[in-house]
Ligand binder design. Sequence first.
Ligand SMILES: Nc1ncnc2c1ncn2[C@@H]1O[C@H](COP(=O)(O)OS(=O)(=O)O)[C@@H](OP(=O)(O)O)[C@H]1O
Length: 483
Amino acid sequence: MFMQLKRALREGSVFSRGSIPPWSACGRAVFCRFLWRVLMFLTILFVALQLLSAFHQFWNNKQTSSFLTSDRNAMCQPKNHVFFLKTHKTASSTILNILYRYGDTHNLTFALPENIYQFSYPHFFMSHFVKGMKSRRVTEFHIMCNHMRFQGLEVRKVMPLDTFYFSILRNPVSMMESLFTYYKSLPVFSNFKTLEDFLLDEGRSYSDTMPDNHYARNILTFDFGFNNSAPSSEAELDERAEALISAVESEFHLILISEYFDESMVLLRHALCWTLDDVVSFRLNSRSEKTRKSLSVEMTEQVKKWNSLDWRLYQHFNASFWRRIDTSLGRTKLQEEVELLRDRRAVLEKTCLSEGGAVDPAHVLDSSLKPFQYGQAVIQGYNIRPGLDNDTHHFCHRLIMPELQYTGALYVKQFPDIAAQKDEGKKHPTPGKHIINAKRNSTSAPVTESLNSTVQVNMPILAKDNMDVKDNANSAEAKQHKT
Ligand SMILES: Nc1ncnc2c1ncn2[C@@H]1O[C@H](COP(=O)(O)OS(=O)(=O)O)[C@@H](OP(=O)(O)O)[C@H]1O
C-alpha cells in the first residue's frame, strides 16, 4: 500500500498540472482517498510533535543550566540606569555588591560620593555630592547606590530620565536589634546596656534634637527623606504615614523586602531584565550569631510602637511586594527561580569559599578582605579557597569584597588620575590629614589592614562610619561634616 502511495506521489506532477488527482492511481477508490488523508494527518501530527519536543527541550535548558548565562527574557532590554536607595541595616551592602559587580563587569559609570563612602549622610542629598558632577568630568552616570538621605529632585539632576529606582526595607523589629548592636556607642544608645533597657525607658532620655537620633527611631522614614520624629496622635500617624507611602510609591519603581531576600532578587532581576547570575550573592555585613539577641513579644510590640512610621511603611510595602509577585511572575515561577538562585549560591559557596560559608573576622586570613567592624557587632567575612584559577579567583574575590574595599577599588578604576595623584601625595603625607580610627573593639581590624593595597594607596583612609556623621564623634571628618 505504501508503494502505491509513493507511486501516487510520484505522479503528483500529473496532479500539479491539474489533470488527474493522485488518488486516481488507486482507481479513484474512496479507501485510497481516506488513506491519503490519514497520511497527511499523521505527517502534520509528527511535525507538530517534533516542534513541541524541541520547544520542551529548549524550555528545560532555559530553566536549568542555561540560566547561568542567558536566561534573560529576549523581549526586554537590560536596564543600565539604576538608582538604589541604600537604607541602613537592611541587607543593602549585599545589594551594593550585586550592583558593583554588574557595573564593574559591564564597565558602567557609578555616581560615587565625593566623600568616598556616603553622600554626606545624614544631610539631604545634593547633586554636587557626586564626584565628577560639579566638574562635569562625567557625562553619564549609570548606577548610584551609596548611603544617602534621599532627595528626589537632586537625585534626578544626576541620573538619566529612564533610571530605575528601587530600595529595600526590613522589619523594624529585627532591624532595631541590629541597629542597637552596631550603633551602641552613639549618645542616643550609649546610656543603655541592652535594647530592652532602651525600650523600657520609653523615650524619657530620648530627644529629637539629639545628634544622630535617627539611628534610634524611624530610620527608614529618615533615609527616604522624611521627618523621623514620633507622631503625636493616631490621626497624625495616619496622615504622615500616608504621605510617606505615597511619596515612596511615586518615586520608586520597586521596594524589596529584606526578609524575602531571594524572592526580592528574583523580582529585581525581572524588573531590570538581568540574569539570575547577575543577582546571585553571598550575605555581606552580617553579624555573627554571638552578637544577635532575640526580643520578647512585649519588646517586639514596643519596637513597632516606637518606630510607628517605619512599621507602617514596612507593612504597606511587604503587602504590595507579594501583590506584585502575584500579578506578575506568580508564586510557582517565583519559587522555581528562588530554588535555582539558591542552588547557584550553593555551587559558588563550594567553589569559592574555604570554609563553605562566613567566618568571624578574626578568622579572615587575607586582611584586605576583612569587613569593617563597628560597635558591638562582630561582622563576618570570607576566605577564598586556595588554588583557584585566575578567572575563578577574580570572580570569587569580587563576590566577597566588603563594601569599603570595593568602593575604593571602583574609585581607582573610575578616577585613575586622581588616584595616582593621591598615591603620589601618600609618598609625602601631610601629618594628621588622614584619620584612622577603626580599632574600636577587640575584634576590630584596623582600616589600614582591612583595605587592600590599591585602595590604601589611592584613597583617603577613612572608615565607613567616619564619613558618616553617625558614629564617630571623635573623628575630625565627622566633626567637619556635622558643621
Ligand atoms: N542576603 C541577605 N538576606 C538577609 N539579610 C541580609 C542579607 N545580607 C545581609 N543581611 C543582613 O543585613 C544587615 C546589614 O545590613 P546593611 O548591609 O544594610 O548594613 S549597613 O547599613 O550598610 O551597615 C545584617 O543584619 P544583622 O546581621 O542582623 O546585623 C546582615 O546580616
